[in-house]
Write a protein that binds this ligand. Structure first.
Ligand code: FES
Ligand SMILES: [Fe+2]
Length: 358
């Protein structure tokens, strides 16, 4: 089915969801230096205290808006590089060398942070609403029978919603990932969509098919398989992509984990830098060969190669849609992505409304 509406396509969402945890950086990349990071069209400065606690502050001195990242760390505080106003970890001014009295307005906003899974997360919304339980939970993270790769990242010159669209679109692998994930059924096996309170899933089982080239050497059985493509995005931009492979005849909605089952869960964490660029973080978790470094290397290389393929397409889509002179069409495969965009936009508008009411 082809429809000819141009609703919900494009990168025109004018706001971001603020009350959410976003990945700001790989944890290791923020240490005892002032590190400027832009996200949600906002400039922040990150650093660690002498005790190792991560700190995030607005990256603009309240005097002449020099980015604090151009200043110096003084113990656990930040000294502005222009006239020395100094701010503590809560953003309060604790020193004004050029005058005796410090105005209470001489402060910068601070943002709650959490170090988890090797990633540094930041809460961009109302501080009182910062809720640790809303941060992504990864099952089996410390389970020795499973393995999860360290986080990796890249910047994509496209709006984050194009990446979210892609991560709700199992069919694209047939054309974008022809040497890795494409196989029988990826072009046309039927898709199912499920809505949840925290997001949306587009999924399908493909039965009695050859495993795709990337997964074939990783499986613990030979011959044909039943294959699950589970594409899930949680609001605002956390994608959980699960692949399950079972010997043919043993898959389907009632599948049971056995010694032969292969499971790979890809966590894809999208942090808008602004409307035109996104920092894309990922980690791959598997239930086999937890200590095999060759398998880990193969997965790391395979993931980066595949995501570079996505990046090339989605950056070109961003430019293509921005420069459009004709109407967009939607295909039946877009149902999940369009619904996700609609639900997310409702959340953003509700958040904006409640902020203007308070
Ligand atoms: S600009 Fe920061 S103290 Fe003047
Ligand atoms: Fe992809």
């Amino acid at each position: 089915m082809v429809t000819t509406t141009d609703q919900s396509v494009g990168a025109n969402s004018s706001e971001f969801l603020q009350n959410a945890w976003y990945v700001a950086a790989l944890s290791d990349s923020v240490q005892r230096e002032l590190t400027a990071i832009r996200l949600l069209s906002t400039n922040l400065v990150f650093y660690r205290t002498q005790g190792g606690t991560p700190v995030a502050l607005e990256d603009a001195c309240p005097h002449r808006k020099l980015p604090l990242s151009k200043g110096r760390l003084r113990g656990d505080n930040v000294e502005c590089g222009y006239h020395g106003l100094t701010f503590d970890t809560s953003g309060g001014c604790v020193r004004a060398p050029t005058q005796e009295r410090i105005s209470p307005t001489a402060c910068v906003r601070h943002y709650p942070t959490i170090d988890r899974y090797g990633l540094l997360w930041v809460w961009m919304g109302d501080i009182g609403s910062a809720d640790e339980t809303k941060l992504l939970a990864i099952d089996h993270y410390d389970d020795p029978a499973w393995h999860i790769t360290s986080g990796a990242s890249m910047v994509c010159q496209c709006n984050y919603l194009y990446l979210a669209d892609n991560l709700l679109d199992p069919s694209h692998v047939a054309w974008v990932h022809q040497t890795s994930f494409a196989a029988d059924g990826t072009e046309d096996a039927p898709l199912e969509m499920q809505e949840h309170d925290d997001g949306l899933v587009v999924a399908r089982w493909i039965y009695d098919c050859e495993p795709p080239p990337f997964y074939q050497p990783l499986l613990k059985f030979s011959g044909k398989c039943d294959r699950l493509q589970h594409y899930e995005v949680r609001f605002p931009s956390v994608a959980v992509n699960m692949s399950v492979y079972c010997p043919a005849g043993t898959g389907g909605p009632e599948w049971q984990r056995t010694e032969q089952t292969y499971e790979m869960i890809s966590y894809n964490l999208l942090t808008p830098i602004d409307q035109n660029s996104t920092r894309y973080f990922w980690m791959q978790q598997r239930n086999t060969d937890p200590d095999d470094e060759n398998v880990t290397k193969q997965i790391l290389e395979g993931a980066r190669t595949a995501f570079l393929e996505d990046k090339e397409i989605l950056e070109a889509v961003h430019i293509g849609v921005a420069g459009q002179s004709s109407r967009h069409i939607n295909l039946a495969i877009d149902a999940g992505a369009i619904r996700f965009r609609h639900l997310l936009q409702q959340l953003i508008e509700r958040e904006r409304q409640s902020a203007s009411d308070s």
